[in-house]
Design a protein around this ligand. Sequence first.
Ligand SMILES: [Zn+2]
Length: 219
Amino acid sequence: MRNRPLLLLTLVLPLLMVVFLFKLGSKPEATDYPEAAWEPALQSNFSESNREANGLKVRWIIIHVVEGDAQAALNWFKDPRAKASSHYIVGYDGMVYQMVKEKDIAWHAGNWAYNEHSIGIEHAGYADRKIFTEEEYKASAKLVAYLLKKYNVSLQHPEGLAPADPTQGSGVIGHNQVPDPSDPSVGGGKSHHYDPGVNWDWKHFMELVKQYYEEQSTG
Ligand SMILES: [Zn+2]
């Protein structure tokens, strides 16, 4: 009994040291994409999942436009009224923010099956304005190249509406190309959104994606 304080010291002290060192070594919160800043969406704006483990493969990267700047999207996806989110946000300045983990299902496509099988990227800007910056195109293209490689998504931007069943294809598409789940002949998901709009320069964007993709291949 007289040894009790000593026992406490020899047992508890090392344990405290381990806990302390562990805390010291752990990062605040890691993003999937190393170049992104972590800005978590509100938990009621997305579905926690473990997609790949549950057989839900990422087949599509879906390009969106905020109708505002990056901050507007960051604020909205933290707002309980939104009932929406996307995995990533890209700003005019090329800053990339991650709001939902890639393993989780963000609510962005207006089509549940597409939400399950895609990663959504919001871009600062307006679908009706030629406002996208080169920094924004480059930062997004680099992110898309990383995602294509990681999930083995096709390096292509197919024209027209994507297939009703998202597992029947793969590539980089606009929100406007996501079929309405109740009428697959209409695009933009259930609310018929038309972002990114005619001002989004797909040709330039996909050239940049290809460049970054090849750079990443050669290491
Ligand atoms: Zn959209």
